[in-house]
Design a binder for this molecule. Structure first.
Ligand code: CIR
Length: 263
């Protein structure tokens, strides 16, 4: 079904606005530094280029502090994009800001209309299925609405649970290749990856789980050397990107882009 689960031609990103200091966070560990974030964002985009991506870089949106985290507002599948309905009220306006960009690329753009909620950070696409973690931002009705859309197109969707206290499902996991998942031990312990090969993040390095495989490269947040070495030993070609500022807002590598294969 999703044979191109980590092979992409395109990505969409959005520059961080200076209003990023008002971004949502589970715990306040200080405001992100906008200048540093811009630098990290530029490194992220250049690494996507290195991976072979054509990158559409959207302008900053001052009105939406979290809009840099574009992944949460849409799901990009081969031939169809689906606009999400974020559980975070302050983020719902970001969806309309993304729509025209997706319409330029996709003939078919659908949307989650509610009453449920769902954010892209809770959705992991693998070669066999679409995994959706229920969370503080994604509820059963949101999952059911997405399931109805994708099952019509031949996808298998499996609902799982994001661990308590973890923002999104993909805060704790990422796809490494067709059958391998990088996961925290706490998420893998739920049994949701029984049909996959799992590589665990090393203890104390749980935030390394929010990485992305894009073609031949694995983009990882910097600062998790034990997990990086484990992945390199498995043969993955790693690129580390400073994520100190996004991390203050519970963001990682996956949140910063929408990734897809143009037809
Ligand atoms: C939020 O709380 O919505 C943002 N501060 C972080 C979103 C991170 N997105 C993601 O993990 N997909």
């Amino acid at each position: 079904m999703t044979e191109h689960a980590y092979e992409f031609t395109h990505a969409i990103t959005r520059l961080p606005a200076s209003s990023i200091v008002h971004g949502l966070r589970a715990e306040d560990v200080g405001n992100p530094d906008h200048a540093q974030m811009l630098q990290d964002h530029a490194h992220y985009v250049s690494t996507l280029h290195e991976a072979g991506a054509v990158v559409t870089e959207l302008p900053a949106l001052e009105a939406y502090p979290d809009a840099v985290f574009v992944e949460d507002v849409a799901l990009c599948l081969p031939g169809v994009a689906i606009l999400m309905r974020p559980g975070a009220a302050s983020r719902r306006g970001e969806v309309g800001e993304m729509e025209s960009t997706l319409r330029e690329v996709y003939d078919e753009v659908l949307s989650i209309d509610g009453p449920g909620f769902i954010e892209g950070g809770d959705i992991l696409i693998t070669a066999k299925e679409i995994l959706v973690g229920r969370s503080e931002r994604t509820d059963a009705a949101g999952v059911a609405e997405l399931a109805a859309i994708v099952s019509d197109r031949g996808y298998r969707l499996r609902e799982v649970m994001t661990p308590e206290g973890v923002l999104h499902f993909k805060t704790d996991c990422s796809l490494l290749d067709a059958e391998t998942i990088l996961s925290t031990k706490r998420l893998a312990a739920s049994g949701c990856f029984e049909n996959y090969r799992v590589i665990h993040t090393c203890d104390g390095e749980e935030a390394a789980a929010n990485s992305i495989r894009f073609n031949h490269l694995l983009l990882m947040p910097a600062g998790f050397p034990a997990t990086r070495e484990r992945l390199q030993a498995e043969g993955y070609e790693v690129r580390e990107i400073n994520n100190s500022e996004c991390a203050k807002l519970d963001g990682g590598m996956s949140c910063l882009s929408l990734r897809f294969q143009a037809e």
